[in-house]
Ligand binder design. Structure first.
Ligand code: F0G
Length: 429
């Protein structure tokens, strides 16, 4: 065995060629790699040797992609099957003003918004769409708060596969809707919220034999593990003390924990960072479960400005709980006002992100103020999406529609008269 589908609850396994997301016992499946065999084959040097050079027109995913560079830990597949932009290779930024604001010596930002379609979803989608093509799927589909649909639309277009995306009507950011339409996805605006769309897409995919590419799909999570591989590799295989991420449907939380578990098993890292998942207070079912010691799965009617994580019934709950157990992790929550101020700070230093991503930065600041994170600890926050995804939220924050904005940058109305413009600029400077 190099890899197979396996149920984490009852241990039953299935071949990778079977179209299946859930075990007969009801649990979601994992892709399980033969870590013992891999340990004999791969070392840090295996990955160190695969460095991307100057981009060429012929994508060589096994070198150029920040996902497929780690292919032994992702999916055994022949290179000609791979559908890749390429993705990954995202920067790890730091900025002293931002570190000061959150209260740590050095905050590192893994900017997943600098992926081809502007979010971390591309890492999962290159693997999911590759698998769809290998299985001979006739079409692919997902429910989405926007980024998954944008990414699926792009990768399906690249592969020449029809894509059908289910989005909550009126509840996704303009940039994301524009991407789904532009890349040619059949776009169904569901009269309901994300949780309704998620239930609907599962039903339709089962009924119609369409390949489902939400994070319920275990291959998506395999690709998203590469965020962690790149962070740790980028730090010369030294784990940071904390990795902090926004949490909605919990796919990333599930993927990150699995990646860390595998790195430890393979002895590619000596110790694990702690994972901290951050939710918006109006969309906090995972936080509520955490506060109850995960004795009960909670559902809420979700509402938050960060539409990407406006999710009340997260699909990857069990696997996310497992991630936190593996990494001595925790869950925290931040208000919409804290999210938007953190976003304004990330934007103002010239880096920029969408609202959900800023929840991670707001979460770091909150955990520092509560003494959970010490100022001398090394913290990586994952910025999951690009600033340009949600122009509506950004503009409303800066133009006074957002009552609690502390860092608003109001545009000024001026006439076309040079003397007036000069006066205004002199006043500014
Ligand atoms: N940040 C952004 C920008 C997202 O788009 C999402 C999820 C998350 C964080 C949360 O990640 O679901 O793995 O916990 N967006 C999904 C979508 C749900 O449909 O685009 P998660």
């Amino acid at each position: 065995m190099t890899a197979q589908l396996e149920c984490p609850r009852c241990g039953v396994s299935y071949p990778l060629s079977e179209v299946r997301y859930i075990c007969d016992c009801g649990s979601q499946l994992d892709v399980i790699h033969d870590l013992q065999a891999l340990q004999a084959q791969i070392t840090r040097a295996t990955f160190d040797a695969r460095q991307r050079g100057v981009p060429t027109p012929d994508v060589r995913p096994e070198i150029d992609s920040g996902v497929w560079r780690y292919r032994e830990l992702i999916l055994p597949v022949s290179p000609e099957m791979i559908v890749s932009r390429p993705e990954g290779n995202t920067p790890l930024y730091q900025h002293p003003r931002l570190s000061d604001w959150v209260g740590v010596d050095c905050l590192l930002l893994k900017h997943e918004g600098e992926n081809p379609s502007g979010s971390f979803k591309d890492r999962g989608m290159t693997v999911g769409v590759t698998q769809a093509r290998w299985l001979g799927a006739r079409a692919v589909a997902c429910a989405s708060t926007g980024n998954t649909s944008a990414s699926l639309a792009a990768y399906a277009a690249l592969a020449g596969l029809p894509a059908i995306v289910f989005i909550p009507q009126g509840k996704i950011a303009a940039g994301k809707l524009a991407q789904a339409l532009a890349y040619g996805a059949h776009t169904l605006q569901v009269a309901g919220d994300f949780d309704d769309a998620m239930r609907l897409v599962q039903r339709i995919c089962d009924d119609m034999g369409i390949y489902l590419l939400n994070s319920l799909n275990p291959f998506r999570l395999e690709g998203q593990k590469s965020v962690i591989f790149e962070i740790v590799h980028g730090l010369n295989w030294q784990s940071p003390d904390w990795i902090v991420l926004p949490a909605g449907n919990l796919g990333n939380t599930a993927a990150f924990g699995k990646a860390l578990y595998e790195l430890k098993q393979l002895e590619l890292v000596e110790r694990l960072p702690r994972l901290a998942a951050v939710q918006a207070t109006g969309a906090n079912p995972f936080y509520q479960s955490y506060r109850m010691g995960f004795r009960q799965e909670v559902r809420v009617q979700a509402e938050t400005i960060a539409t990407a994580i406006r999710i009340g019934a997260p699909i990857s709950y069990e696997r996310a709980v497992r991630s936190l157990r593996w990494t001595n992790g925790l869950v925290t929550q931040v208000s919409d006002a804290e999210i938007m101020d953190a976003k304004a700070m990330v934007d103002r230093v010239g880096i920029g992100c969408e609202p959900a991503s800023a929840a991670a930065v707001a979460g770091v600041r909150k955990m520092v103020s509560e003494g959970i994170i010490r100022p001398d600890e090394r913290v990586v926050a994952v910025l999951t999406g690009n600033l340009l995804k949600d122009p509506g939220a950004t503009v409303s924050y800066h133009t006074g529609e957002w009552a609690e904005a502390h860092f608003a940058n109001q545009p000024r109305q001026v006439s076309a008269r040079p003397e007036e413009v000069r006066r205004v600029i002199e006043h500014i400077l």
